[in-house]
Structures are given as structure tokens and as C-alpha cells.
Design a binder for this molecule. Structure first.
Ligand SMILES: [Zn+2]
Ligand SMILES: [Zn+2]
Length: 249
């Protein structure tokens, strides 16, 4: 088993975070954002990739919000736009042409319209940062499965760590590689953790709402102040708009 993935997995499970897999995902994302804003954007091998893929809307936004790499970002976008232009405009020109093979030749123009739209949707969504993160998460879940079976210390940590729902689904998929009896124990731990996370959030969100009752005005908030943001992170794992800083108080 690859040791380079064990250290970050152990660190994430040791840290005081809401979901260790979100922590691993966020750290990989940060590394890949730094990579794609760094000198790599000038390297031909990277540009061959980014000319084709560009970045998904989420990661374009993150690259835009970063202070670094404006020239690299501009150079990358210039050649990516040219690549997109060639394929998209070629498809549209073929589609609109009245000559044979054009979009409106024959009866299947609806299918051809959908194909042209699918091409654009697919190209807009492709993103090497997403691909790299997904690949890293695959390695991390392999390591989690392996350590759960071979490392008792890790297993004890796993038993006491809740994680968000999308990453619960990721762990369940990863568990398909286990033997039936190992998977049964693993899923039983996941189930206990999920039950405890739901209970905590339900109680905290309920108390958050009850605090609006004037009779509870002077009672302590307990852990409820950020119950809404924690619930959103648990439900979706997406943290962009779910932080406490950006919330309206
Ligand atoms: Zn998560
Ligand atoms: Zn992306």
C-alpha cells in the first residue's frame, strides 16, 4: 500500500475536522490549484491538456479568485479558447449548413441538435483539477479500506469519526472491494457515525430555531450558532458558500 497516501489520511483522521475526506479533498484541491497557477501553465505538456479541457466553472472561479498566475491564466485561456472555437464553431457551421450532411438535412435534426449541445456541455464541464482530485480521492479511499483492515490504531480512529453524506457514499462504494464480513463491520461503523452526526445536527438546528422564541433569548447558544452551516456541509460537502464568514448573521 502506498505510504505517501497514508500520512495525509492519518493526519485528516487525527484532525479536529467535520469530515476527514472533505479535509483530504480540500487539501488536494489547494495543491492542484497551486500547480495549475504555477509554472506548469507554461509547460507544453500541461498546455496540451488544458487546451482541450479548460477548467470547470467551480475551478475557474477559484483560479480567478487567486492572486497568483494572472499571465499564466491568460495564456492558458487564450489557447483553450482557440481550441474550443475550432471544435464548437466547426460543429455549429456544419450544423447550420444547408448542404448535405447539415443539421437540417434529413429527419434526425433533433438528435443532431442534442449532439451539438452535448458536445458543448461536455467540453465546458471537463476539468483536470476535478480529474486529479477524483483520482487522489480514489487512492485515499483505497488506503482507508486497507488501513481499516491492517492497522488497528486507524480502525479505532475510523470508528469515532463522522463524515459528510457525499463522502459516506464514497466510502460505501469503496467498501465494495472488501470481503463481505469486513464490509459488514466497516458499514456498521459508518452507520453508527452517520446516526450520531444526524442526531447532533438535528438537535443543534432545532435549538437554533428555538432560540428565536423570546423565552429562550437569554439561554446559551450551545453548539447551535453555526448549526445551519454545519448541516449544509454535512449534506453536500461543498464548502464554497457554506462557511460561517460569508453567512448573514
Ligand atoms: Zn466530506
Ligand atoms: Zn473542476
Amino acid at each position: 500500500m502506498e505510504k505517501i497516501y497514508m500520512i495525509p489520511v492519518n493526519d485528516a483522521y487525527d484532525s479536529d475536522c467535520e469530515c476527514p475526506l472533505c479535509t483530504l479533498r480540500d487539501n488536494s484541491e489547494k495543491n492542484y490549484l497551486d500547480y495549475y497557477l504555477g509554472p506548469s501553465l507554461m509547460e507544453p505538456d500541461t498546455r496540451v491538456i488544458t487546451n482541450k479541457t479548460g477548467f470547470c466553472p467551480v475551478h475557474m472561479g477559484m483560479l480567478n479568485n487567486s492572486e497568483a498566475g494572472r499571465l499564466g491564466l491568460g495564456l492558458m485561456l487564450h489557447t483553450h479558447l482557440k481550441d474550443m472555437d475550432a471544435e464548437v464553431c466547426d460543429t455549429l457551421a456544419k450544423s447550420a449548413a444547408p448542404s448535405s450532411g447539415g443539421l437540417f438535412k434529413g429527419k434526425d435534426f433533433k438528435a443532431k441538435l442534442n449532439q451539438a449541445a452535448d458536445l458543448i456541455d461536455k467540453r465546458v464541464a471537463t476539468c483536470p483539477i476535478c480529474d486529479n482530485i477524483n483520482e487522489a480521492m480514489g487512492h485515499y479511499t483505497d488506503v482507508i479500506i486497507w488501513m481499516y483492515k491492517h492497522d488497528d490504531q486507524f480502525k479505532a480512529k475510523f470508528k469515532n469519526k463522522t463524515c459528510c453524506l457525499p463522502h459516506t457514499a464514497l466510502l460505501l462504494r469503496a467498501a465494495t472491494s472488501m470481503s463481505q464480513s469486513d464490509a459488514q463491520e466497516f458499514v456498521s461503523d459508518i452507520q453508527n457515525n452517520a446516526a450520531s452526526a444526524f442526531k447532533t445536527l438535528e438537535d443543534d438546528v432545532e435549538w437554533f430555531t428555538l432560540k428565536f422564541d423570546y423565552r429562550n433569548k437569554d439561554k446559551p447558544w450551545g453548539n447551535s450558532k453555526n448549526a445551519i452551516q454545519r448541516s449544509m456541509r454535512f449534506l453536500s460537502s461543498d464548502r464554497r458558500d457554506f462557511d460561517e464568514v460569508r453567512s448573514k448573521q
